[in-house]
Design a protein around this ligand. Sequence first.
Ligand code: GDP
Ligand code: IMO
Ligand code: MG
Length: 428
Amino acid sequence: MKRVVIEGSQWGDEGKGKITDYFSQKAKIVVRFQGGNNAGHTIVFNGQKYALRLIPSGIFHKGTTCVMASGMVINPEAFLEEVEVLKSAGFDTSKLMVSDRASVLFDYHRTLDGANERALDKGKIGTTGRGIGPCYTDKSARIGLRMGDLVNKTTLEKRLKNAVEFKNRELKSFGLEELNFKEVFKKYSALGEKMKPYVTDTATFLQKEVKKGTKILFEGAQGAMLCLTYGTYPYVTCSSPMANSIPLSCGIPCSSIDYVLGIAKAYTTRVGEGPFPTELFGDFADELRERGHEYGTVTKRPRRIGWLDTCVLRHAGAISGISGWAVTLLDVLTGVDEIKVCDKYVYEGKDVYTIPATLEEYEAYEPHYITLKGWKEDISKAKTFEDLPKNAQKYLKTIEKLTGIPIALFSVGPDRKQTVVLTDPFAD
Ligand code: GDP
Ligand code: IMO
Ligand code: MG
């Protein structure tokens, strides 16, 4: 297989960063294709922990080219800060490419994200506050700026003037201070200069590499249930984390994708508002949260905790054609006496196996569980499937059975080495 996708299959934070870093040793190129610094990807190796928000998790492997593709929304200040942190930690950032078609995320997008959330009040989405929604909104409204505009003073001036006019009307409607065009232009033309070395036509670059048969890893951010179209709308992000969106977001043919690795946490977490049928409350949820260190990488918010929901996994699997699962954080379930897995929902007395379009209906769904016996043995040093206690093996087999998708690997700790691969997605 030449082109492999790392896709979050739940509500984000499944361990995509860890798995991307692991397979980066095999890929020549690692590509982020959507989202922005709403993502928080944690990578642990050699006793060090790194958190990335924008830059692909392949950056730790010398010689790997990291591409930030056209579907992304990029805050140039946040990007340059991340580059500096990586450089000062001794990592090579010279092979970093930013698409000239990627959207520029401005300070005013963050201001408007906050204003929108305050206006929604009790109906707020619980966004990361990074301006993601307003930036994608401007892209769709055709008043956004792209990296190609940012690095060219003439186009920057023209397009920014237009954008500032629109944004001032919006800011005024919220009773917020209006922007001074000259100040905004000064700040962003300086940032544009600094971005210049990175900005290029990544679509043409990737097209050529696909033709050459180069091994490429695509790193998703967020997760299937946060997809703008197929997630729990409106409690979603504003892009599609599904593998389906890669060809368009990267500018490559649909036939480019060979293997989709669905990253699934052994239980479920969610940050922000919105429905979560298998959510747990009380002491047990608190215990799992502490054990799994389930606090947001970006916002430090405590993550909501729940049992594994295979309806959610089947939903992601059916839409993006997941080829195999990477089950992560399996070690966090060690010591739990009885583990529940949602196999279906019950709605108005009927069994339901799929995710409905409307929120109101989904909120009325009751999860149905099967109960499995847990294990007590330490699994954090497992190197093979057979090293796992029988009940942990059974748990993984149950996920395979309920989803009809095989387990390609499982993860038993945050470190790069705590990864057990059963099927290598890059194998021919
Ligand atoms: P991402 O957004 O999908 O990249 O995931 P995050 O990095 O936000 O959250 C996953 C968290 O789980 C991080 O703190 C990882 O270091 C950690 N992690 C990943 N895999 C494992 C695992 O198998 N076991 C444990 N205990 N932690 C893990
Ligand atoms: P990674 O890549 C978990 C959630 C927010 C909120 C909703 C919309 O680390 O898995 P946004 O700021 O995108 O407009 O917020 O989406 N969200 C995430 N939740 N992990 C993420 O990224 C997320 N990115 C956005 O909490 O509910
Ligand atoms: Mg995360």
